[in-house]
Design a protein around this ligand. Structure first.
Ligand code: NOJ
Ligand code: MG
Length: 700
């Protein structure tokens, strides 16, 4: 055992490591020096020095023995702190310790620096609304769970696995608010209730919970422009309740000829209707049962924000903002100019015969959207809960107006305005025309924003019918390989087509006014199986609209079993889009367009593989020669074709064959990038590059 005195001896020996090896004299000298530093300790212990210490021979011999003894002691487990400290100050322990310490610090700093660099260089992850196609459900027609012939929320719950099958994460459900259904839910009686035909609020909450459990996002329709004439606000407004009297747009008019100006409703006829209760006319840009709200009234603005909050708090993931260009009207109520000024002013114009200078896109509209966006941003701050906004505005040739809904670099509005230009595709199906429509969006979109593509919805005839069944697959391939978010209207994944509706069975108010403008044909029940009612409704025979007669072959169940079906190809493309970086966020470069073919590249810097997409929208089979595209290698590999040929084939770039309506995705490797060409017309959103050595995607 050691005691305090032993430590002094030990200290002496340790601080004089040469003591036992050199002469006593020399050792004593150095001991003397050291002694100076420990003089005080020594004094305090002098008197209590034990026999071991006093036995040190003054000549040095005894001390030498003692030190030999001490230095032979190895550090041992459980040694007291003092002993440990004495050893640890020895150079042979101290130096390696310090080296290790600094090495550790260096490693930590290097790791921190590396982490910061990787984070700083990493491109932002693609938000959910970018990463997945957007699927639109028209709830009356998706799946009827209670057998009344009309689809409902529980029916959607029953079919949620369909989205997993398709690799789709974002689902937009058209309105299910309480409504008298004059415009099938777009005439809202209560923005905070679910219509009984669709189920209950509990069903909605169950649907949302189940969707979130499966990683799916739910987008609702938000319909701010108007309410139903059965809404409580309208009843209070027509009876001139002090608070509600200006919730809508009222003006004096003649009860027998109620036309304060020439404004017309989208569904036809004047947009003014005389109300006997109030003795004035009210404005409705759609049906007379859909009075327009007055957004110049701050109470109305507040009400609509509260409604947004109501659903955001329930947890919905986004809104499709309906008919936004009509939110405000000019207060002066002057008649709109005629497109054909030679027409007599008293003639009743259609909506196509007026310049809608006073009823659409009025000053203040974007401010409203920005307010809503800001409100949604508040709810987007919860981690992983980004709330998405898409706006609906048909601006046709006025593409600049559409692009304004993206907002400015400083003030954001929608994540994207719907791109409806591809709906025009059947007008002139050709490679050149499709290229024109695609570039219309890409070249007008503000820098850095995210594109999107719509080829169908509940308001427009199914493009598979207008373009022709033979083009369904190539159209799906187009929207799933272009940059941006594709929208798929229910049934497009199996190639559903319009139904024929006899005049006597027309349901849609627009169709009742003008049968050729009716929207029933594209709203027929979803075709799930070859069973009764296409599996849409198991009980009743009377579905709200007839099922398409082709349902025995065009249905989900049959197509799941067929690897060459429209559905199988949709699924393959959706997976490819999700798994391939060049398709998700690579450059888009058109390389060829003619009467038949439109062809483009998707490439990402640093990645050695890229894709060539070749789509034949024409009426003939053709062979495309891309030998002028020097960046392409001579041979490319077919990843998939919409025709019957197998993937894996190699095709020469000088001779790429395609059938009418065929689409091909080809893969190739090349060190050369087309977008780097000085004459290239390429586009990229969310640009990123790939660093192969460390398998890293970075901002570039
Ligand atoms: C936009 C909707 O998409 C359409 O279906 C509806 O008729 C109008 N808003 C009017 O509510
Ligand atoms: Mg309005």
């Amino acid at each position: 055992m050691t005691n305090g005195n032993d430590f002094v001896e030990l200290e002496e020996c340790i601080s004089n490591p040469g003591f036992t090896e050199h002469g006593a004299e020399e050792s004593r000298d150095s001991t003397e020096k050291n002694r100076g530093t420990t003089e005080e300790n020594r004094e305090s212990t002098e008197e209590t020095r034990d026999s071991t210490a006093t036995s040190v021979d003054p000549t040095g011999g005894g001390q030498q023995d003692a030190c030999t003894e001490y230095t032979q002691i190895k550090p041992y487990a459980g040694m007291p702190k003092e002993v440990l400290l004495l050893y640890s100050s020895q150079a042979r322990y101290r130096v390696p310790r310090q080296i290790l310490f600094w090495l550790l610090i260096l490693c930590v700093l290097a790791l921190v620096a590396l982490t910061i660099t990787v984070i700083a260089l990493s491109p932002p992850c693609l938000g959910w609304w970018r990463a997945s196609p957007l699927y639109q459900i028209y709830p009356r027609s998706f799946r009827d769970s209670d057998g009344d012939g009309v689809g409902d929320l529980k029916g959607i719950i029953e079919q949620l696995s369909h989205f997993e099958y398709l690799n789709i994460k974002s689902v937009w459900i058209s309105p299910f608010y309480r409504s008298p259904m004059r415009d099938f839910g777009y005439d809202v009686e209560d923005f905070r209730e679910v219509d009984p035909v669709f189920g209950t609020m509990q069903d909605f909450e169950e649907l949302l919970a189940q969707m979130h459990n499966r990683g799916l996002k739910l987008i609702m329709d938000f319909i701010p422009n108007h309410t139903s004439d059965r809404h409580r606000w309208f009843n209070l407004s027509r009876s001139r309740d002090e608070h509600y009297k200006d919730y809508y747009l009222w003006t004096d008019c003649n009860a027998t000829a109620p036309r304060p100006n020439n404004w017309v409703s989208v569904f036809g006829n004047s947009s003014w209707t005389y109300d006997e209760v109030r003795g004035q006319c009210y404005l409705h840009q759609f049906l007379k049962e859909q009075p327009d709200l007055n957004f110049r009234n701050p109470h109305v603005r507040r009400e609509m924000i509260d409604i947004l909050r109501f659903w955001l708090e329930k947890g919905v993931d986004g809104f499709r903002m309906a008919a936004v260009k009509r939110l405000l009207e000019a207060s002066h109520l002057r008649s709109e100019p005629l497109t054909d000024p030679s027409k007599p002013p008293e003639a009743f114009p259609s909506q196509w015969e007026l310049h809608h200078d006073y009823t659409t896109s009025q000053l203040g509209l974007h401010q409203l959207l920005q307010e809503w966006r800001a409100e949604m941003d508040v709810y987007s701050r919860e981690p992983g809960r980004y709330r998405f906004m898409v706006t609906e505005s048909y601006d046709h040739e006025e593409v600049d107006k559409t692009m304004m809904y993206y907002g400015s670099p400083l003030v954001k509005e929608s994540d994207f305005p719907f791109n409806f230009y591809l709906l025009d595709l059947p007008r002139n199906p050709s490679g050149l025309w499709v290229q024109h429509l695609v570039l219309l969006w890409m070249s007008n979109m503000p820098a850095g924003r995210w594109p999107n593509w719509v080829v169908g919805n509940h308001d427009n005839g199914r493009i598979a019918s207008s373009a022709g069944r033979g083009y369904t697959r190539v159209i799906n391939m187009l929207i799933l390989t272009l940059p941006g978010t594709p929208t798929t209207y229910y049934g497009e994944e199996i190639g559903m087509e319009n139904i024929n509706i006899p005049h006597s069975q027309i349901q849609d108010p627009a169709g009742k006014y003008n049968p050729s403008a009716g929207r029933d044909p594209q709203r027929s029940p979803m075709q799930w199986t070859g069973d009764m009612n296409a599996g849409f409704s198991n009980v009743t025979n009377a579905t709200w609209l007839p099922v398409h007669p082709d349902y025995s072959s065009v249905n989900v169940e049959t197509q799941k079993a067929d690897s060459g079906s429209v559905l199988a190809q949709y699924r393959l493309l959706s997976r490819l889009r999700q798994s391939e970086l060049p398709l998700q966020r690579g450059w888009f470069c058109p390389v060829h367009a003619d009467t038949n073919v439109f062809s483009f590249l998707r490439e990402l810097d640093g990645l050695d593989h890229a894709f060539l997409v070749l789509l034949n929208f024409g009426k003939e089979a053709t062979v495309t020669d891309l030998s002028a595209v020097a960046e392409l290698p001579d041979w490319l590999t077919v990843v998939m074709t919409t025709a019957s040929g197998a993937g894996g084939r190699r095709l020469p770039k000088a001779s790429l064959p395609s059938e009418a309506g065929e689409g091909l995705v080809l893969q190739y490797s090349s060190g050369r990038r087309y977008h780097a060409r000085p004459d290239a017309r390429c586009f990229v959103s969310e640009k990123a590059c790939y660093l192969r050595v460390v398998n890293l995607l970075y901002k570039c």
